[in-house]
Design a protein around this ligand. Sequence first.
Ligand SMILES: C[S@@+](CC[C@H](N)C(=O)[O-])C[C@H]1O[C@@H](n2cnc3c(N)ncnc32)[C@H](O)[C@@H]1O
Length: 266
Amino acid sequence: MTENSGGYQADPFVARLYDQVVPYRERPDIDFFVDTAKESGGPVLEVGCGTGRILLPTARAGIPITGLDLSEHMLAVCRGELAKEPEEVQNRVNLIRGDMRDFSLPERFSLVTTPFRPFQHLLTVEDQISCLVNIHRHLAPGGKPILDIFNPSLTHLTKDNLGEEVDLEPEFTTPEGITVRRCNKTVSRDLFNQINQVELIYYLTHPDGREERLVHAFSMRYLFRFEAEHLLSHCGFEVEDVYADYQKNPLGSTYPGELIFLAKAV
Ligand SMILES: C[S@@+](CC[C@H](N)C(=O)[O-])C[C@H]1O[C@@H](n2cnc3c(N)ncnc32)[C@H](O)[C@@H]1O
């Protein structure tokens, strides 16, 4: 098994900047995950919890939640943010460093979530199955998983822009006064194994004028709708709903949209 966390473990800068990156900060998925956690009654396991973007609001909403992540840097940021919360919120959270392909916890959960695509850092079918089988094992009777991945855009997959730095995002400034511009680059597309190699390139300007270029490099495997459904079925799940967005609009209502599966263990 390769040590692969989608580049979040390679360099601490990604974790340091993560909560300030505009598309992450403004991602419209928090209410969806918090509401589903409340409906489940908890406890919740968030696989690939990162800095706690979803985990912290879930705990604030009164739901006990365990966060599992492979990146010590992401978990360190999460621990730092958790320490600022009231004691009753802190007491609802358990953070664990672990690999979603191979973890074993004593608790069973009513909901297991994978917000913002950590599952797509698994690059082989073998790893995907290991993860889903592990999730299945950690569900309480009647428990449900949510698989949150993107719907691959055929237009994007056939675009002739390999190696181009694309600059689409608003700049942001950190509390230390560092201005950050971020570009993204598709380095390669393996259309047969469904793996895109991507770089997120951060251009920093420090308060003293010093400039820095930092690269978050990672690979992501995309899955098509029925492939994901077959995979879930293979691992003992039945899909109950597939949404195109976090407002629960059905798949097909927008293109490409997300691929959000709500399933149950059978
Ligand atoms: C895009 S972030 C999502 C974080 C968080 N769920 C959110 O919504 O902001 C992906 C996370 O998955 C984690 N990750 C990647 N591969 C992993 C693995 N094999 N096991 C556990 N976590 C992993 C990364 O460290 C990173 O924190």
